[in-house]
Structure formats: C-alpha cells, structure tokens
Design a protein around this ligand. Sequence first.
Ligand SMILES: Cc1cc2nc3c(=O)[nH]c(=O)nc-3n(C[C@H](O)[C@H](O)[C@H](O)COP(=O)(O)OP(=O)(O)OC[C@H]3O[C@@H](n4cnc5c(N)ncnc54)[C@H](O)[C@@H]3O)c2cc1C
Length: 426
Amino acid sequence: MAWDFSTEPEFQEQLDWVDEFCRTDVEPLDLVFPGAAYSRDPKAKALADPLKQQVKDRGLWALFLDRDLGGPGFGQLKLALLNEILGRYRSAPVVFGTAAPDTGNMEMLAAYGTREQKDRWLTPLMNQEIFSAYSMTEPQGGSDPSLFRTRATRDGDEWVINGEKWFTSAGARADIIFVMCTNGMFVVPRESPGVNIMEFPALHNHIRYENVRVPADHLLGPEDGAKVLAQRRLGGGRIHHAMRTVAQVKLAFDIMCERALSRQSHGKVIAEHQMVQEMIADSYAEINMLRLLVLWTAWTIDNSSTRQSRTQIAACKYTCAKVLREVSYRALHTLGSLGTTDLMPLQAMFAGAPTMAIADGVDEVHKVTVARNVLKGYEPHPGLWPTEYIPAKREQARKKYEALIAADPALAAWADAAAKHRLPRY
Ligand SMILES: Cc1cc2nc3c(=O)[nH]c(=O)nc-3n(C[C@H](O)[C@H](O)[C@H](O)COP(=O)(O)OP(=O)(O)OC[C@H]3O[C@@H](n4cnc5c(N)ncnc54)[C@H](O)[C@@H]3O)c2cc1C
C-alpha cells in the first residue's frame, strides 16, 4: 500500500531541529537586525554567518540541490516539508542557502552549465560569495515571451547584447545577471560596461543593456535555447513559492485562531460567533487543499520531472495566490483594527497576495496552461448528446439484461418505467 502521509522519523527529527532553530535563532535576528542575513556588511555577516554555518554542519545547506551539486539531495517533497517551516521567517531561505532569485539561477546553471561555468559561478553562488539576478521581463510585456526583443549578436569571440529589461529583482546588488535574449540565455557580470540600471523601481530593477559585451563562453545552454532554460528555471521557482505560501497561510491561520479565542464581543468569545467559525473552517479546508496539492506536485516532480509536472505546478501557482489572498484577508479581518496595522504581519501578507498572482507569471497564463493541458485528455462527444446522457446510457445498459427482461414481466415493467424517467416502485 503506497499511499502514506507520514514522515520518516529521521527526517521528522530534521524538521523539528529546523523549527526550533528558526524560532530561537532566525526569527530573533530578523526582528532585531532586519536584513542582516542578506547584507554584505561585515557586522551583519558576523551575526548571520554562524547561523549559516550551523545549517551547513547539519547538512541542510542549499536544500534544493542534488547531492552531486553540493546540496543534500532531498528532492522536492522533503523540500516542501522544510519550506512549510522556512516560509514563515523572512530570512530563513537565505540562512538555509535557498533564497530566490539565486535558487532558480543555480538550478539553471546546474542543469545547463558546462563544468567550467559551474566552477566559475555555481560554486560561489552556493557559498553566497556572489549573488545573482534574472532579467527576463521587458517593459513592453512580461506575460508573452514573443514580445521580448533583447538580442545578442555574435562579434568574434564575444556576444554583444542590446535590449531593455523591466523588474529584474535585486539586479542592482547582483554580481551576475542571467539575461534572457531572443537567441539564448547569457550570464552578464553586472559591472560590465553598458549595463545601465535606471533609478526606478528600487528593488526590482529596470535595466538597459546597451552594447554589453560578454565572452562567447557566457552563453548558457544552447544558442536559441532561452525558452527551455527559462521554463526549467521558472518551474522550480513557482513550486517553491507555493511551498513557502503554505507556511505563510499557516501563520495567518495560527494568528486568527489564537485571536478568535482571546477576544470578546456581544457576550461571547468571538470564536463562538458562527461567522468567525465559518472563516476558520473555510481557511482550514483551503490551507489543507493547497498543502496537499503542493505535496502531490512535489512528489510528482521527484517521480518524473519538472517538465512533466507543468500542469500541476501551474495549478499550485495560482492556487497559492488565491489561498494567500483569502486566508490572510480573513485573519486580518478577525484581528479588527490591529490587523490593519504593521504591528502584525497580516497586512503585509495580504498586500503580498496580488504580487503572488503576478510574479513568475500572471494567474491567467497559468490557468490557460492548466486548461489547455487538461483538455488534451478529452475529446468532443461524437453525436448530439454528452457521453453521460442518461437515456442513451440506459438504453445501452438494458442490452445487458435483455434475457432477464424478456423472461420476467415485473422486471420489464420496472425497466420500462425507469426508461421513461419514472421513479421505481419498490
Ligand atoms: C515581485 C515580483 C518580482 C519579479 N521578479 C522578476 C525578475 O526577477 N525577473 C524578471 O524578469 N521578471 C520579474 N518579475 C516580472 C514578472 O515576471 C511579470 O510581472 C509577469 O510575467 C507579468 O508581466 P507584466 O508585469 O508585464 O504584466 P502583463 O503581461 O502586462 O500582464 C498584465 C495583466 O494582463 C492580463 N493578461 C496578460 N496576459 C494574459 C493572458 N494570456 N490571458 C489573460 N489575461 C492576460 C492579466 O490580467 C495580467 O495580470 C517580477 C514580478 C513581481 C511582481
């Protein structure tokens, strides 16, 4: 019997350690020195590096990578269980060497890099000696790659890149940027002449690539292979978003339930009001539906590939945005005025829901993917009526009993009545 929702005791021990470590070491760092885990400032590093070392000593560094690439090789299902914890704490992904956008870029390098490219970029990225960004979206359109215009032209031993990219997260602080061109994926050192970063937006950068020259060996994967590499990169990124969202909605749920039991209104604790109970019951069901969808998808990736799991990954992406929106709204609402302030994490969580529905592909595009792929498993019915049209099915089924009906008038009367949609008389 292969269906099993339990966790191996040895892995549960790891999960318990991660839970405890995040509560006692990662969250305090987040609260007292926000951003320290990401900073290159020596004082911040002195605070964060010992935590990262503990993770490495525990064999949990770079959780998403296979063993031969320096990770623990847990696979996606175990990663999902870990992310259910890490996603609760802002700095946890970086303390565990598993923060976006580096993770997706590392996956791409791991899958498509030459030995030399891996040595040059993958190893230092894994060690957080350098940071990366991903430049795909362009100002004239993000959802439709056929609108992208950034292009590389070969000039002797170099490629010359020209184009404009919009919303490159952390582009301004990256050491290398993975630039998607119409004819290939290129690794561009940020300091290259011609990489011009606009003043706005501050975090997700607008970058003009103007006659940027990179050596020929900065092409990652095959020429004209950018779309395949992008799919590989984004597939992983999307399921990781969904895994961390499970953690966020569980946090919102915990806050909501605690408050519902702690506050009085109109003569009873608010948890006793049925409309509050409805919010709790709906949230409980939606969180678990999302969680099971994510775990099932992670399991499918482990047992096939990211590519073969595309439909499920797309479903996870828009479902996590929806559940985040619904549950964080209900939790915020349950806390009343306090929920609307930045004294609780709920307002930021709720504000993050529309972002989740856009980043790494808008909901509509993922829904189209799901609908198209699902429909490949169906065919139009041949005649006027659907396959499940009851009179036709009944007529067909009657043939199975022809001998019986012919021999027994009572059974014949029963079958005739059913054929005329009359209730049978027992
Ligand atoms: C927080 C965040 C971080 C990001 N980081 C990066 C990054 O590091 N690198 C990078 O390259 N990009 C990044 N992006 C950009 C992201 O990939 C794009 O925003 C996304 O692909 C949508 O593109 P767009 O913003 O141009 O919206 P548009 O493509 O203009 O879409 C706008 C709206 O049009 C409608 N629409 C579009 N297409 C369809 C369709 N086929 N069917 C129905 N309706 C449709 C939808 O309502 C959609 O919301 C990030 C975005 C966010 C929000």
